[in-house]
Structure formats: structure tokens, C-alpha cells
Design a protein around this ligand. Structure first.
Ligand code: T4K
Length: 372
């Protein structure tokens, strides 16, 4: 019997449901370039996320990269961001010819530490790019106050925060733009895919253009765009998965609460507490290991669980500023909390349909492990 458990598992509709959804594509022969499924998903997401403006893209990364491009920041301008994230966040800044300026994170929810942002602002700063990491919503009030004071754009990497609300407001409404990932590993997937929710109609027009080579009409190309369109098969997967999103989040919640109950009294293990103002999507289950108490390190536990067929992940280690490709990026010394969390965090398996037996086995392995 294969009793391997991975950090996540893609949510999928039944095969019959998906086949039914893609049948019209065989009649129309319309496979991509903003076809009917693309538009249907876009409209449905407008309703689900309660936003006025959604643009669909080929993946979350291009959603982020093209959003930054659509703001037309001057080359070499600085973007204040977090290093405690997936490679995509930092790459999207650098691939636009901009300079990431890394800010430390909070020890409680691992989002950007807003007390440390102002000290990083210079006359070259053009934007703040925070991440709602693991679906933990950033301190948006402070971020928006700083952005207003210094006239900076705010672009949220909301790749982990699909469908969440903060104080009753959908997170997709936050900032000048919020970017979502619909990758296979996410709470809501279109196989590969992403979206940008935004405020300004002119920004939306530019973004739409950029994702289609910058083409305005058959004879006019007005910007150096790329090809970042969502195809019809991906959109059809999204239409199906959106039908089941609430039950999937509910299943994740049950798994999340089972973990939290079982690990609550585990000495040396800190669990991620959800902010009471947030309705969570339960996208990840990070724990922090305090080796002074447990007697073993995060890496020891990772290796031990792997040997038992439990494939946890070190999301997010290393910090992006420590990647080989960013060795000469400038000062990255003042990130004590990010460094500490990154060296101690382990993300446990969490997905819709994860068996309670598996969660109990994982927690029992953690609770009985004494180190090597
Ligand atoms: N911003 C942030 C903060 C992000 O976290 C991400 C992506 C992005 C931006 C960019 O969005 P996208 O361009 O990806 O839409 C995964 C995902 O590929 C990536 O989307 C995600 N963040 C990141 C945190 O995790 P890997 O390299 O760890 O994935 P991988 O292939 O090791 O898969 C993890 C597990 O998921 C597997 O062990 C099994 C399961 N799985 C995987 C795939 C590919 C499935 O069940 N089905 C699948 O099809 O990056």
C-alpha cells in the first residue's frame, strides 16, 4: 500500500464534470485567446471574490510580473518587499528591472513588519509588495497609511489568500492590485493560472494588453507585452473547481483544526494562529520548531518524516535574498526575524480530503520523535 503523504494534493472535480465542461470546446474549436470559458470564469470570479475588476492570466507569476510592468515604474526604482516568500515574488520585481529592498517580517504571522518599512523608504521607492504568506493577511492599515504618506503603490502577492476576507472585506479588494495563483497546488486551481484584481480601469486596460503581446488591434502594438493568456481548458477547470471551493475549504478547515487540537500541547512546536478578523482558506499548515526545547532541529524532523513517507516542505527556506542569483543584491543583513523563522519553519501536509488517520499518524510521529 502507498501510504505516502505529500505537502499538498490538487483538488479536482470528477472526470465526468470536467469532460462535460470542455465539450463545447470541441464544437467551437476555440482553445485560447479570451474565449467563452475564460470569460465565464472571469465573471464567476468577479462574483465569488466580490470585486469589480479581475484579469485572468496564465499563472500567478505572470500575473505579478505583468502587474508590476503595467504600473510603468522607472527602471532601477526600489520596491519594498519580503524575502520570506516563494521565488516568484522577488523574481517578478527583478525581471521588471526594479530593485527589491528586503524588509523583515513579524514573528507572529510571518508577514512584512510594517514598523520597519519607513526606515527603508528612499526617493527611489515606488511601491510596497507584501505577501499574505500562508494566507495570513498583512497589517493592511499600516501598509496603506505608509503608502498614502509617501505616495507609493501597493501590490499584494495574495497567491495564498484566495477567497479570504479581512474584517468582512474580500482580500482581492486590497491595495492597487492583488495577485492570486491558481496553480495546481493552491486552494483554488485552474491547473496553471493566476489573476489580478485591481482598482484602476486604465491599469486594467494596460494589463489586458500586456498579456496579449501589447496588441491593441490587428495593426497596432502599443506595449512590449508577452503571452500570458489563460487557455480554455484551464478556465474550464476553474469553472468546475469554483463549484466545489466552499466544500474544499471546509474540508481543509476540518484538517486544520484536527492538527491544531493534536499539536496544541506539543512542547517546542508553535502552531500558526489565524487572526480572528480573517476568514481563512486554510491553505498551509506551518509549524515552528524550537530546537532548544525539542532537542531536534527543523531539518531533523523534515528528514525523519520523509523517511516515514511524510513529505513536508521547508516553505520558505532559504529566504529569496539568499538565492544564488541574488548574491549581489545589496544589504540583506537586517532580517533577523525572517532568518530565524525561515530556519525553523516546516509546512505539514494539508489539502482537501486529507484523511484524519494521516493527520493523526503525522502528529503522533511528531509527538514521539526525540531526535536522532
Ligand atoms: N507568490 C507566492 C507567494 C507563491 O507561493 C507562488 C507560488 C507564486 C507567487 C507564483 O504563482 P504560480 O506562478 O505558481 O501560479 C509550488 C508551486 O508550484 C507554486 O505555485 C507555489 N507558489 C509554491 C509555494 O509551491 P513547488 O516547487 O514546491 O511544487 P511541487 O511541484 O514540489 O509540488 C508540491 C506538492 O504538490 C507535490 O509534492 C505534490 C503536490 N502536487 C504537485 C503538482 C505539481 C499535486 O498534487 N499536483 C500537481 O500537479 O512549488
Amino acid at each position: 500500500m502507498d501510504n505516502k503523504v505529500y505537502v499538498t494534493r490538487s483538488s479536482m472535480p470528477s472526470m465526468e464534470e470536467y469532460v462535460h465542461e470542455i465539450e463545447p470546446i470541441w464544437d467551437s474549436h476555440w482553445l485560447t485567446n479570451m474565449g467563452p470559458k475564460h470569460d465565464e470564469l472571469k465573471n464567476k470570479l468577479n462574483d465569488y471574490l466580490k470585486v469589480d475588476n479581475v484579469e485572468l492570466l496564465v499563472n500567478g507569476h505572470m500575473a505579478l510580473e505583468m502587474s508590476i510592468q503595467a504600473f510603468d515604474f522607472p527602471k532601477g526604482a526600489e520596491v519594498i518587499t519580503t524575502p520570506f516568500t516563494f521565488a516568484s515574488t522577488t523574481h517578478a520585481i527583478v525581471r521588471n528591472g526594479l530593485v527589491p529592498v528586503f524588509c523583515d517580517i513579524n514573528p507572529g504571522d510571518y508577514t512584512i513588519d510594517t514598523n520597519k518599512i519607513e526606515g527603508l523608504i528612499t526617493n527611489r521607492t515606488c511601491a510596497i509588495l507584501p505577501v499574505h504568506v500562508y494566507g495570513n493577511i498583512c497589517d493592511i492599515e499600516s501598509i496603506h497609511n505608509i503608502a498614502d504618506k509617501y505616495k507609493l503603490k501597493v501590490i499584494y502577492d495574495a497567491a495564498h489568500a484566495f477567497g479570504e476576507t479581512y474584517k468582512g472585506l474580500g482580500v482581492a479588494n486590497l491595495g492597487d492590485a492583488s495577485i492570486f495563483s491558481f496553480h495546481a497546488t493552491k486552494v483554488f486551481n485552474t491547473i496553471e493560472g493566476g489573476a489580478v484584481c485591481y482598482r484602476d480601469a486604465e491599469f486594467g486596460r494596460k494589463l489586458y494588453n500586456l498579456k496579449n503581446f501589447g496588441i491593441r488591434d490587428e495593426e497596432t502594438v502599443e506595449a512590449v507585452g508577452a503571452n500570458a493568456k489563460m487557455n480554455e481548458f484551464a478556465a474550464a477547470m476553474g469553472v468546475c473547481n469554483l463549484r466545489h471551493i466552499d466544500e474544499n475549504i471546509c474540508s481543509r478547515k476540518i484538517a486544520y483544526e484536527l492538527y491544531s487540537g493534536l499539536l496544541d500541547d506539543c512542547l517546542g512546536i508553535t502552531i500558526n494562529r489565524i487572526n480572528e478578523m480573517t476568514t481563512s482558506n486554510y491553505s498551509y499548515y506551518p509549524i515552528l520548531i524550537d530546537s532548544k526545547i525539542t532537542g531536534y532541529s527543523r531539518d531533523d524532523l523534515y528528514t525523519y518524516l520523509k523517511a516515514q513517507g511524510i513529505f513536508t516542505r521547508k516553505y520558505f527556506y532559504p529566504l529569496t535574498c539568499d538565492f544564488d542569483c541574488y548574491k549581489n543584491i545589496g544589504s540583506t543583513n537586517n532580517l533577523p526575524v525572517a532568518r530565524e523563522i525561515s530556519s525553523r519553519v516546516l509546512t505539514l501536509p494539508l489539502y482537501s480530503g486529507l484523511a484524519s488517520d494521516d493527520i493523526e499518524r503525522i502528529c503522533s510521529l511528531i509527538k514521539t520523535y526525540k531526535g536522532n
